[in-house]
Design a protein around this ligand. Structure first.
Ligand SMILES: [Zn+2]
Length: 430
């Protein structure tokens, strides 16, 4: 089982400087490869990563673009693992917009207790020792505001990676805007409180920074959009503002991550099956009013954590696709009710007259999906016992940690009124 442990490191000033240069190099090489890829694709060739790598190795110590002002190849100062190449090309990395970082192959560094020995920079202090045991497969150095991290990827034997569950419940989780998560048990889990204050400060700081940018642009005589490649004159004040903003964003990310970790661990530890909605996050982000709230709760990160923790705890994850009408179905009688406005927190079922809390009702519907998926899976000879009693030893629970996507046809309505969740379970992809 592949697990990553991200450890804060305490580099010296010289090491920090090297890391920043290595990250810059990684970004630049990436962008070079991407431009080359696009150029080849546009001229009808079929670009491939190996050929690109060779091409780059031919030019990197000779091409004028890769020489410094003295005519020396500056890449020599950077370890070549940081010259990473993309296998395929998503998008350009822009300084300040994409996370700073670079990759290290497993044979290029070693750990010695609370420190790591990296090429070119030597010994770097770790804030904590590596938590996982197993084969180290690689690492990456990355920055978040002023802090640097070493994320170590470990291939941990399953018997070590497995965790014992404390419960066998089946829970539906409605991820929400007002409450971060509502469980089918009726419990509502609020998002972290320090976040609200920090977000207010974030708005203030970004406003301040954009005012500074505005002023700098006015001073430079730029009207409208900044042309690509334009550099505004450097300003200490603006740099300071940008740094303050980055620090705050990093803090918010930490608070959020911490909350998500606690929630996902708890869900996987206490349940044999958990159902959540597999929201179309990208589609929803287009909706400006919703987007901030969604980012707050970190839907995407939450599902990512659920997936890997489920494998450790042998918990079954059920993902209901976005057409599943979890908030419109009455969890009592199965009637599908009309469209609810997002603001409507409570509603009355047209079929049976039951009063529903929107989020709890949705969570109960999801719980039902999870029960169905679990029953379908454990109808096989190894009954649910295998899932429930799967301890931290042996080959582990059969198929524990599986993810079952549940598909629901958009707009389908079978008029029977009963159990609208006539879903079908499709291919499992781990
Ligand atoms: Zn009803």
């Amino acid at each position: 089982m592949l697990l990553a442990h991200r450890i804060r490191i305490d580099p010296t000033a010289a090491q920090r400087d090297y890391f920043a240069r290595a990250a810059g190099t990684a970004r630049r090489v990436w962008n070079w490869a991407l431009a080359e890829w696009n150029r080849q694709a546009a001229s009808g060739q079929r670009p491939n990563a190996m050929a690109l790598k060779k091409a780059f190795n031919r030019i990197k110590y000779s091409d004028p673009d890769w020489l410094d002002s003295d005519g020396n190849p500056w890449l020599r100062a950077i370890h070549r693992d940081a010259h990473g190449q993309p296998a395929h090309a998503p998008r350009f990395k822009k300084k300040g917009r994409s996370p700073d970082g670079f990759y290290l192959a497993n044979d290029k560094f070693r750990l010695e207790g609370r420190s790591a020995v990296l090429p070119k920079v030597g010994r770097v202090a770790l804030r904590e020792a590596l938590r996982w045991h197993g084969k180290i497969t690689g690492a990456s150095v990355s920055r978040e505001a002023a802090h640097w991290y070493l994320a170590i990827q470990v291939d941990m034997p399953d018997y070590l990676a497995r965790r014992r569950r404390t419960g066998d419940a089946v829970t539906g989780v409605d991820l929400g805007v007002t409450n971060a998560a509502t469980l089918s048990s009726g419990e509502k889990i609020a998002g972290p409180r320090p976040l609200k204050a920090a977000l207010r400060r974030l708005r203030i700081r970004s406003r301040r920074l954009s005012r500074k940018l505005e002023a700098a642009r006015a001073a430079a005589g730029i009207i409208g959009r900044i042309v690509k490649g334009t550099r505004l004159p450097a300003s200490k004040n603006r740099t300071k503002g940008a740094l303050a903003l980055a620090r705050l964003q990093a803090r918010i990310a930490r608070v959020r991550r911490d909350f998500t970790h606690k929630l996902t661990t708890r869900l996987c530890r206490e349940n044999q099956a958990v159902a959540v909605e597999d929201l179309n996050v990208r589609g929803m982000l287009a909706n400006a009013r919703l987007s901030r709230a969604i980012i707050d709760v970190g839907f995407y990160e939450l599902r990512r954590q659920l997936r890997y923790k489920a494998a450790r705890y042998g918990t079954h994850i059920v993902l209901a696709d976005r057409w599943y009408p979890s908030s419109k179905l009455c969890s009592g009688c199965g009637t599908r009710n009309g469209v609810l406005a997002l603001g409507e927190r409570a509603w009355t079922c047209a079929g049976c007259g039951a009063q529903h809390d929107r989020d709890v009702n949705a969570a109960i519907n999801l719980q039902r999906l999870a029960t169905g998926a679990l029953a379908a899976r454990t109808a096989l000879p190894e009954a649910s016992q295998a899932v429930t009693r799967g301890a931290a030893a042996g080959p582990g629970p059969a198929g524990g940690g599986e993810v079952t996507p549940v598909r629901h046809e958009h707009g389908q309505q079978d008029g029977s009124g009963q159990e609208e969740n006539a879903v079908h379970i499709c291919t499992r992809n781990r």
